[in-house]
Design a protein around this ligand. Structure first.
Ligand code: HEC
Ligand code: HEC
Length: 324
């Protein structure tokens, strides 16, 4: 009797073990398959497909979030139908294809990396806080209430876009890298020549952009002037602007010759030398040692001038920092 019982026990245990292994095996393989769809062989990220969403309440919120990001002006611009709290630009003007395009300010890493400590604010930022940072700086506007449907929709969309990225990973083309630094200062006078030849046709002689026919937003967004991003925005740092322009401008002209790195730095110097809204935030960079090398406003923890921090050369500043 005793022997038979332990036989049953052993068979039972073995069965459980086999079933368990099969389940684990299937799960890991299913997971791998899903990963392959979003991060292909060259370690490049692909955003999930919006067409695959159903008609649930959550899906509707995600879709509304995407609409707000691609067509911000219609909802939140000076003639916005929900509120008039931004400058007429769209989030998508800088976060191309609603933040799904590689090397174009995509939102791939947001879901996995926020809440995140950032030294600009000196605190741990939520996704809502980060969105409002772009509202107040890049769109030179006002904060959205965290409980508003608009904020909740944008957050839902960003979480959905980045859902397949594993925490701590950084596939090629996500986030913002840096172009190789020049050994000289970027030259705004040379940049003006490049702007006239390669940018003016869309962004206008005065950087004012081209409004849409109903004048609710822009067909070509402004790159300076009162309706552009303000001096506290990310693009006002030359490394950010150079990275964006290098990978994305001139826009959608099939036969355009890409700009060389030197041309990119110079045109960025020109664009960021022109007038734009002066808006400052008293809480920025509470620890001045953490200011990026290209942050153009002092005081600094080093002895380089604001001009050098704005246009470079940055290699000297970096070297001095390494010594410290
Ligand atoms: C004028 C260009 C511009 C516009 C318009 C803009 N942004 Fe940004 N945004 C940036 C830049 C540049 C960065 C990266 C800044 C940095 O690296 O410090 C950024 C960063 C972000 C991030 C953090 C991304 C990350 O991976 O950490 C979020 C989220 C974001 N923007 C949301 C928005 C939303 C939502 C809007 C519209 C309400 C918007 N942005 C409009 C330029 C822009
Ligand atoms: C063929 C038209 C075209 C040309 C040429 C072009 N752009 Fe753009 N640019 C656009 C469009 C359109 C957008 C917005 C993209 C979107 O919303 O999907 C944009 C966005 C931008 C932005 C971010 C939004 C903003 O307004 O700040 C910057 C900066 C920019 N361009 C700089 C440049 C520079 C510098 C050049 C020249 C090297 C250039 N562009 C050439 C069409 C163009």
């Amino acid at each position: 009797m005793k022997g038979r019982r332990s036989n049953y026990l052993i068979t039972g245990l073995l069965l459980a073990l086999i079933t368990g292994s099969v389940i684990v095996y299937t799960l890991t393989h299913l997971n791998k398959k899903e990963e392959k769809q979003t991060i292909n062989q060259s370690n490049q990220w692909q955003a999930p497909n919006i067409e695959t969403l159903d008609n649930s309440e959550t899906a509707n919120l995600i879709r509304y979030g995407r609409t707000l990001i691609s067509n911000t002006a219609a909802y939140l611009g000076p003639k916005g139908k929900i509120a008039q709290v931004s400058n007429g630009m769209n989030c998508q003007n800088c976060h191309l294809n609603a933040g799904t395009k590689l090397f174009a300010g995509n939102f791939a890493l947001v879901a996995s990396s926020y809440p995140k400590y950032r030294s600009r604010s000196g605190k741990t930022e939520s996704i809502e806080f980060r969105i409002n940072e772009c509202m107040e700086r890049s769109l030179n506007g006002k904060k959205l209430d965290s409980s508003s449907r608009e904020m909740q929709a944008m957050v839902a969309y960003l979480k959905w876009v980045g859902k397949d990225i594993k925490k701590g990973t950084h596939p090629n083309g996500t986030g913002m890298d840096e172009l190789p630094l020049l050994n000289r200062a970027a030259n705004a006078a040379n940049g003006q020549i490049i702007y006239t030849g390669k940018c003016k046709i869309c962004h206008g002689a005065n950087g004012e952009g081209v409004p849409s026919p109903d004048s609710v937003g822009y067909n070509y967004p402004p790159v300076w002037g009162e309706n552009s991003y303000n001096v506290s925005a990310g693009l006002y740092r030359i490394t950010r602007l150079a990275y964006f322009v290098k990978h994305n401008m001139p826009y959608k002209i099939a036969d355009a010759t890409p700009l060389t790195d030197e041309e990119v730095w110079d045109v960025a110097a020109y664009v960021n030398s022109m007038k734009r809204p002066q808006k400052f935030f008293t809480y920025d960079w509470p620890d001045i040692k953490t200011k990026p090398v290209d942050y153009p406003f002092g005081p600094y923890a080093d002895s380089f001038t604001e001009t050098q921090h704005k246009f470079g050369p940055f290699t000297e500043i970096k070297k001095a920092r390494e010594k410290r």
